[in-house]
Each structure stands twice: as C-alpha cells, then as structure tokens.
Design a protein around this ligand. Structure first.
Ligand SMILES: [Zn+2]
Ligand SMILES: [Zn+2]
Length: 139
C-alpha cells in the first residue's frame, strides 16, 4: 500500500469510529507513514518544529498516543519507535518482524494471541509481538 492509501484508510477508519483526526494528528501520522524505518518521537518533533512552532512535545506525544489507541500506529517497544499500521484498526495483534541490520519493519496480522492463557477476567486491548532477525536483503 502506498502512503496516500494508508492515509485515506486511516481517515475512513477515524470517520467510522468517530475518532477525531486533527491536523496535528494527521501530520504526525503522515510523518510516520512516510518514514521507511521506525521513527523516534524526537525525530517527529524536530520535523514538526520546522513546520509548526506551536506543536510542543506534549502535544506531539498526545497525538502519538491517539494514533496508537486508534490502531493507526504501532509502537515498536524494544526500539522505542513508531511504525504506521498498513491496515488501520485491524483490531487484533500486530506481529512485527524487525530487521536488526536495516531496522526495516514488516507487519503481518496475527491471530489473537494469549487468549487461551490470559488471566480470568483480563480484557486485552492491544497486543504487539516483536520478532527480531535479518530481512531477506540483509541476510
Ligand atoms: Zn497493524
Ligand atoms: Zn534488513
């Protein structure tokens, strides 16, 4: 999927769920979508600073939180960085394959993980599974 399709998909998803994609949230999403590797929060900040001086760090972090909760962006926990989801709000586990050489991240959508072992009464709201290794180009 190309950038425009991902952004259009994200907009559709927000309209459907009633989530508000404000200009700043959209801009942050755009930057994450355009990056070809997981992007760090401070990289987003420096790119947004240039175009919008009123975007303070907390606003950008809140925008990221919104995008994660809306299922438009996934956080790569081990890298403390962010990738755009190619299928907005798929509502099940994101399985990320992360190349340790070029940091390229490929997402596949997995089955619901941990459902069979989860503690009684526990409600899973999001799951991200990270696999590390080398991609085809780096092997
Ligand atoms: Zn995803
Ligand atoms: Zn690689």
């Amino acid at each position: 999927m190309n950038e425009q399709d991902i952004l259009k998909d994200a907009e559709r998803h927000c309209t459907k769920t009633g989530a508000r994609l404000t200009p700043l949230r959209r801009r942050v999403l755009e930057l994450v979508v355009r990056a070809d590797a997981p992007v760090k929060a401070y990289d987003l900040l420096s790119q947004i600073d240039r175009s919008n001086t009123s975007a303070k760090p907390p606003t950008v972090y809140r925008a990221l939180d919104f995008l994660i909760n809306a299922g438009l962006v996934h956080r790569v926990e081990a890298l403390n960085a962010f990738v755009a989801c190619p299928q907005a709000g798929h509502g099940h586990a994101a399985v990320l394959y992360i190349c340790e050489v070029c940091t390229k991240v490929t997402e596949v959508q997995g089955a619901r993980p941990g459902q069979e072992h989860k503690p009684e009464g526990f409600c899973v709201t999001r799951s991200v599974i990270e696999h590390y290794g080398q991609c085809m180009n780096c092997r």
